[in-house]
Design a protein around this ligand. Structure first.
Ligand code: PAF
Length: 279
């Protein structure tokens, strides 16, 4: 497996199966790489699996978060190789953001600023995500790109942005990978104190309790109760339309997919998680 840092090196991989990441990779990311490798095995032709590792400064609201984001390129590259990647693209910031040549932010789709979920709590975040993902798509020119369902609003924003920009790239969602006690895998979990790590299981427990409720109002109250019983005050714990992430309309068809979503600080670490609603 190759590690490349320049744009010219990407040419042989155009049309490939792409997994964009910021590094500090864990099983959740390797599951995306394996999903891409499985797709490669099922395809005729010679599409390759490309993983990008780039810590994108424009999507961080807090400079301290950016500074402490772990940089573990060698370990990440070895893991990507084991998971079946053909190449890792690890560009320097000036390759993605060439000095004197501003990278445009695509027009944001409604789902990036109407729901008042991640958009409200992380102002500017989706502008940064869309900017870097569009730039990476332009450089890597994939046929399909793989994103984890854990960042559900991000997944919906990127899917909508890809359609709006007529990019002709398939966006493939991949189910969240969980620890054995239900905690969704995240690079942030490593920063939880032992006590907070134990309390963090409340997020997935609350989402599962919500799945058994018959109305969205009951589901939202049930999630709050579970979280508060563990000393957690969420930023949001809601049931929304799975595609638009807007509140469920009274007259919505019972078959329209919905999603329960939570964001909550646990100690000093902000966690997010979501599940389909109802089960
Ligand atoms: O989900 C992530 O790791 C990042 O937001 C992404 C999609 C790689 C863009 O920097």
């Amino acid at each position: 497996m190759q590690v490349i840092t320049n744009v010219e090196g990407l040419a042989p991989f155009h049309g490939g199966l792409f997994v964009p990441t910021m590094g500090a990779l864990h099983e959740g990311h390797y599951t995306l790489v394996r999903a891409a490798a499985q797709r490669r095995a099922a395809m005729s032709g010679n599409a390759r699996v490309i993983v990008s590792i780039f810590v994108n400064p424009t999507q961080f609201n807090d400079p301290k978060d950016l500074a402490r984001y772990p940089r573990t390129l060698n370990t990440d590259a070895a893991g990507c190789e084991r998971a079946g990647a053909d190449v890792v693209f690890a560009p320097l910031p000036e390759v993605i953001y060439p000095p004197g040549n501003p990278v445009p932010v695509p027009e944001l789709p409604d789902v990036a600023f109407h729901p008042r979920l991640e958009d409200a709590h992380r102002p500017g975040h989706f502008a940064g995500v869309c900017q870097v993902v569009k730039r990476l798509f332009d450089l890597v020119r994939p046929s399909a790109a793989f994103f984890g369902e854990k960042d559900w609003q991000q997944l919906r924003v990127i899917a909508a942005m890809t359609i709006r920009e007529h990019l002709n790239i398939e966006i493939v969602p991949v189910a969240t990978v969980r620890e054995s006690d239900g905690l969704a895998m995240s690079s942030r979990n490593a920063f939880l104190s032992p006590d907070d790590r134990a309390r963090a299981t409340a997020l997935s427990q609350a989402l599962r309790v919500a799945q058994d409720c018959s109305t969205s109002k009951q589901a939202e109250s049930a999630m709050l109760e579970v979280l508060r019983s563990r000393g957690i005050t969420p930023e949001y714990a809601v049931v929304r339309d799975a595609a638009t992430l807007m509140p469920l309309a009274e007259n919505r068809p019972r078959t329209a997919p919905a999603r329960a979503l939570i964001a909550a600080p646990v100690g000093r670490i902000r966690l997010i998680d979501n599940l389909p609603w109802p089960a």
